[in-house]
Design a protein around this ligand. Structure first.
Ligand code: ADP
Length: 458
């Protein structure tokens, strides 16, 4: 059901219920008032008749009947009957008598006033004491005027209720349409925003109400989407550029070589160079693949307890296999003695890649091709530092080095694609760790990774 229909219905139901309760209360009050007022009049009539007839007024039944016949204030179908205690009728005003149930006589004899309805008339029975003799006086009449008034009131209230329902549906529809208009506006605006105009924003007339709040929430989401979209666009552009460079180099080398006959050494040299480019291409595609895979949600990332020093040694071996001229020194001075303190929750291949990247960078960006790796455990946090005495990173560049494809000003003459640190940053984040860098240009750089120590569950 549409919100507009729901609001309209709620409003109409509320109004209809309120008007119904009000009408019911009015009707019940009128009904009770009429009843007590009419019974009061009937009792008066019963007592006046008894007084005139049985009292010391010397009014005979015949005279009383004549008086009643000309009484303009007489009740409709009015009739008074008087009985002695042993139910002998002493007076009857004479038209059609109401049948009196036995219990009524019994109760009246006990001195109680009894009210009831019979044969479309209202009846009252009351005890009248004249001297020492008790009489039972029964008066009955039809409240024609009161009943007509009541049925008129019922009709008027029903009509008023129906009119109130119709008006409330109409008003409810108008109010809900007005209230929801700004949402329809927002929907129209959001509908018109696509990938070609992600920079468009939602506008509202009022900037304080909930709708404006909704619009600004939409706008914040649009800003995030726009940023993510731009990032992915530039990522694809950068990746294509990085992939094209070694491919162009390979094509160029082969084309130039094929221009003329070459010696076996020349062919060997070209193949060697092409293989280096292929290696670089291979590493880049692997890194790109890992980078996109590590974009996964941290909660679904599976980790196992592993000794961090073992991962470190494996990373060292991997780097040295590719660059035998690099020197990677492991500093044992702060190594934790307890083996348990070397355990971290890790994804081994990824953590190895992160360590290898930092070792590789340390050697690559240092003239002495050396990096020093140290490991310590303080307060259940493992800290792995990679320190070199290389070219360093300027303060301006340090902020961006974990952005994909970013390369420092002073690193352009070195081979690389700017993917390694982005990947390392993500891997450390997925291990719930921290990556920090401290660097002084032309003095050296220290990267440090902090990882929480493995905590067994029991
Ligand atoms: P790449 O090394 O392929 O350029 P990285 O993502 O590994 O890509 O590093 C990004 C940038 O960070 C590098 O281009 C370089 O400017 C800087 N950098 C990283 N490590 C070092 C280091 N040890 N010494 C100096 N600069 C570094």
């Amino acid at each position: 059901m549409k919100i507009r229909t729901r609001l309209t219905l709620m409003f109409a139901i509320t109004v209809a219920t309120l008007v119904f309760i009000f009408s019911l209360a009015t009707y019940v009050a009128a009904y009770l008032y009429r009843q007590s007022e009419f019974y009061g009049r009937l009792k008066d009539k019963a007592q006046t008749t008894a007084e005139l007839l049985l009292g010391t007024n010397d009014v005979t039944p015949e005279v009383l009947k004549i008086v009643d016949a000309y009484d303009l204030t007489a009740l409709y179908h009015e009739e008074v009957t008087i009985f002695t205690r042993n139910r002998k009728m002493v007076y009857d005003s004479g038209r059609d008598q109401v049948k009196i149930p036995d219990e009524v006589f019994k109760s009246v004899a006990l001195g109680q006033d009894v009210w009831f309805e019979a044969q479309g008339r209202e009846v009252i029975g009351t005890l009248w004491r004249e001297g020492k003799i008790d009489y039972m006086v029964i008066a009955s009449a039809e409240d024609k005027w009161g009943n007509t008034l009541l049925s008129n009131l019922l009709l008027s209230l029903t009509i008023a209720w129906a009119v109130a329902v119709v008006i409330s549906v109409w008003l409810g529809f108008i109010f809900s349409s007005r209230a929801l208009q700004p949402i329809s506006n927002i929907m129209q605006q959001v509908d018109s925003i696509g990938e070609t105009n992600l920079n468009a924003r939602v506008r509202t007339a009022n900037n304080k109400d909930e709708i404006a709040h909704l619009a600004s929430t939409f706008n914040r989401m649009l800003a995030r989407l726009e940023e993510a979209f731009m990032l992915s666009k530039s990522f694809v552009a950068n990746a294509s550029h990085e992939l094209r460079t070694p491919l162009t180099s390979i094509t160029g080398q082969i084309e130039v070589t094929l221009l003329q006959e070459r010696s076996a050494e020349d062919y060997k040299a070209v193949l060697q160079s092409v293989m280096e480019d292929m290696h670089s291409l291979n590493k880049l595609t692997n890194d790109l693949l890992t980078l996109t895979q590590t974009g996964a949600d941290i909660a679904s990332f599976r980790l196992n307890p592993m000794r961090v020093d073992e991962i470190m040694w494996q990373a060292r071996m991997e780097v040295l296999r590719a660059h035998p001229n690099y020197q990677i020194q492991i500093d044992f001075s702060n190594f934790p003695e307890d083996e348990e303190q070397l355990l971290v929750n890790s994804n081994e291949p990824l953590l190895r890649t992160a360590f290898a990247n930092l070792m590789d960078n340390g050697c690559k960006y240092s003239p002495d091709k050396q990096v020093k790796v140290s490991l310590s455990n303080t307060n259940n946090t493992l800290k792995i530092e990679f320190a070199d005495q290389g070219i360093g990173i300027s303060e301006k560049d340090i902020r961006n080095i974990t952005e994909p494809f970013f390369r420092g000003e002073n690193a352009r003459s070195f081979s690389g694609h700017g993917i390694g640190l982005a990947l390392t940053g993500k891997i450390v984040f997925l291990h719930r760790g921290n990556l920090k860098v401290h660097s002084i240009v032309n003095k050296g750089t220290t990267f440090s990774i902090s990882l929480p120590e493995y905590e067994p569950l029991d």
